[in-house]
Every structure is written in structure tokens, then in C-alpha cells.
Design a protein around this ligand. Structure first.
Ligand code: P6P
Length: 327
């Protein structure tokens, strides 16, 4: 049997796991290992700050706004610095697209990968001690290493991702990622400073009975969205909405369910960002047997036209997303 198909035993450390799967990665194996190591390292630092947020005066907002005009929480800015630095030091990334920066950041010109990241999604939940997350996408640059970054490197479709995942800073901290060969989840053991394989080969239930949507915006939902929500309620589904995308996504990945952020009066293109929120979670969802669309087309097929563009987002159990699309 092909070596990479042997399931890694639960409890394998992340580094060992990445090495054991290297031949599944289309490019130089060491490069992916380095990228995932850089991301995991930064997440360990952010995890420490997130867990102590209440104790150190890094709570509350910084008073500045990010590219989306949202209040920047101190931890947002700190997380952005940590991930940018780790990726810069790792040497594999040539550019970084981040919710916290208007334009992309030039990292190492010889780097072969472009990273898109939401360093700390759901940051408004920091002060109320609700789970928050980091979401990341990894693309291969199109232009030659050593030359200036081109638009074609930056605005790539989600289907071009070579890896993607998220970190959930929850009751335990988890790193979940895919390189296009299934999805694996690792749980962080802070006393050892290591991630260990806890959820091998994650599969999203094809059906579910959980719907996640902010019904406070019900009045501005389209009739088709309202009709789908009526269906969910007629079926007696459970409403679960944490207000933190990574937490809602992760629960639905494990238990089955659908997360919807549709067009609203306030956000006619939806609130969520294609490049550093939706593409990564769409890749993970599809690799786990789920589905992700903007209500009409596959998220991963959308050709981006700007770094911070928003999209309506329907993601989760395959049959639930397909039914929502039919509505
Ligand atoms: P609303 C957090 O700001 C976020 O980006 C996601 O994590 C979350 O699901 C959504 O927005 C919450 O938005 O409009 O329901 O408060």
C-alpha cells in the first residue's frame, strides 16, 4: 500500500504527520512543512495571548479600524504581526494578504507561496470570552520567484489553493487543515507546546439538523433565504449561531449543519471575505465531503477581482447546501 495511505496513529505530532504526508504535496515537500510550521508556531503565540487576554491589558479595541472599517481589537493587530513575522522568518512566503492590511504585504521575494489570512476572526468576541479563530489559505505563486509579485499571484481562485485550514482558539485549541488529500485535525497540548493528531480524516455528515445564521437580519434576507429558514424550522432543526465563523464552521463540520451569511441590507454582497475567510473554509468543507457556495456557484470557482471582496456564504453538509441553493 502507498506509504501515504497508511493512517497516522492518533497522537502523532503535527511535524511527524506533515513529514509522513509529504509525498502527497505536489511541490517540494519541505516547503509545505515549513509553511505549516510557521503557521503553527504563530498560532501557539497567539493562543497564549488569547488565553491570557483577560489578565493582560490587551483587551478592548485599539481605537483604529481595519480595511473593512471594523473596530480593530488589540489582539487582531497582535495576531497579524505574529503571523506576518513567522511567515517572513520561515522564508517560504512571497506575499501575505490579510484582513488587517489594505494591500498585500511583500514578504520574501524568492518565496514560492502566497498566503491569505484572517489572523483573528470573530475578534469582537474576545472581550466576552467566546471562541475565536485564524483562517488561512496557501497558494503557489504564478510568477517566477525573485521577480516582482504580479496581480495573477494575488487574485487566484479558491480552486488554486494548495493548502488551507484554520485554528480554533476554543475550550481547546485545534489546528485543522487540508492539502487536498482529506482533512485532519490536531489538538494543542500547551504544556508540551505541540499539536497532536486528534481527528484523522475528518468527514462532514452529508446531512445535518443544525442551521447557523444571524436571524437579527431576517428582515433584509431575500424571500428565498427566508423560505429555506422556514423549511429548517418546519423540520425542527436546531439553531446554533455563535457569532464566530470558525467556531460555527467547526461544530457543523463535526456534527453536520449549514452556516449561512447571505446578502443583507447592510452587506449586499454578504459580510464574509472571499480571499481569507470563505475560500479556505470552502476547501476544507469540500475535502471533508461538504459543500460551499455563494447561493448560486461554487465558492472555489469565483474569480476574485479585489483583495477584500465579500461574498454571500453557504457552507456545510452537502445535502443542506444543495437544498439551500435550490431555494
Ligand atoms: P454578525 C465575525 O465578525 C464574523 O466575521 C464571523 O466570525 C461571524 O460568523 C460573523 O462575522 C458574525 O457577523 O453580522 O452575525 O454579527
Amino acid at each position: 500500500m502507498e506509504e501515504s495511505r497508511i493512517a497516522e496513529p492518533i497522537g502523532s505530532a503535527l511535524d511527524r504527520f506533515i513529514k509522513s504526508k509529504q509525498n502527497q504535496f505536489a511541490y517540494a515537500s519541505g516547503e509545505l512543512s515549513q509553511l505549516l510550521r510557521d503557521i503553527a508556531l504563530a498560532s501557539k503565540v497567539v493562543n497564549r495571548e488569547v488565553n491570557k487576554a483577560g489578565l493582560i491589558d490587551i483587551m478592548g479595541s485599539l481605537g483604529s479600524l481595519n480595511t473593512g472599517g471594523e473596530q480593530q481589537q488589540k489582539l487582531d493587530v497582535l495576531a497579524n504581526i505574529r503571523f506576518s513575522r513567522a511567515l517572513m522568518k520561515g522564508g517560504e512566503a512571497c506575499a501575505l494578504i490579510s484582513e488587517e492590511s489594505e494591500s498585500y504585504l511583500d514578504l520574501n521575494n524568492d518565496g514560492k507561496y502566497v498566503i491569505a489570512i484572517d489572523p483573528l476572526d470573530g475578534s469582537s468576541n474576545i472581550d466576552v470570552n467566546v471562541s475565536i479563530g485564524t483562517i488561512f489559505s496557501i497558494y503557489r505563486r504564478k510568477s517566477k520567484p525573485g521577480t516582482p509579485i504580479q496581480q495573477e499571484d494575488i487574485l487566484q481562485k479558491g480552486s488554486e489553493q494548495v493548502a488551507a485550514g484554520y485554528i480554533l482558539y476554543g475550550s481547546s485549541t485545534m489546528l485543522v487543515y487540508t492539502t487536498g488529500h482529506g482533512v485532519n485535525g490536531f489538538t494543542y497540548e500547551p504544556t508540551l507546546g505541540e499539536y497532536f493528531l486528534s481527528h484523522p480524516n475528518m468527514r462532514q455528515p452529508i446531512n445535518g439538523k443544525i442551521f447557523s445564521v444571524n436571524e437579527g437580519s431576517y428582515k433584509s434576507f431575500s424571500q428565498s433565504v427566508r423560505n429555506y429558514l422556514h423549511f429548517c424550522k418546519d423540520e425542527g432543526y436546531t439553531g446554533r449561531y455563535i457569532g464566530s465563523l470558525v467556531a460555527d464552521f467547526h461544530r457543523n463540520l463535526l456534527k453536520g449543519g449549514i452556516y449561512i451569511y447571505p446578502a443583507t441590507a447592510k452587506d449586499p454582497n454578504g459580510k464574509l471575505r472571499l480571499m481569507y475567510e470563505c475560500n479556505a473554509l470552502a476547501f476544507v468543507a469540500e475535502q471533508a465531503g461538504g459543500k460551499a457556495s455563494n447561493g448560486k456557484e461554487r465558492i472555489l470557482d469565483i474569480q476574485p477581482t479585489s483583495l477584500h471582496q465579500r461574498t454571500p456564504f453557504y457552507v456545510g453538509s452537502k445535502n443542506m447546501v444543495e437544498l439551500a441553493e435550490q431555494y
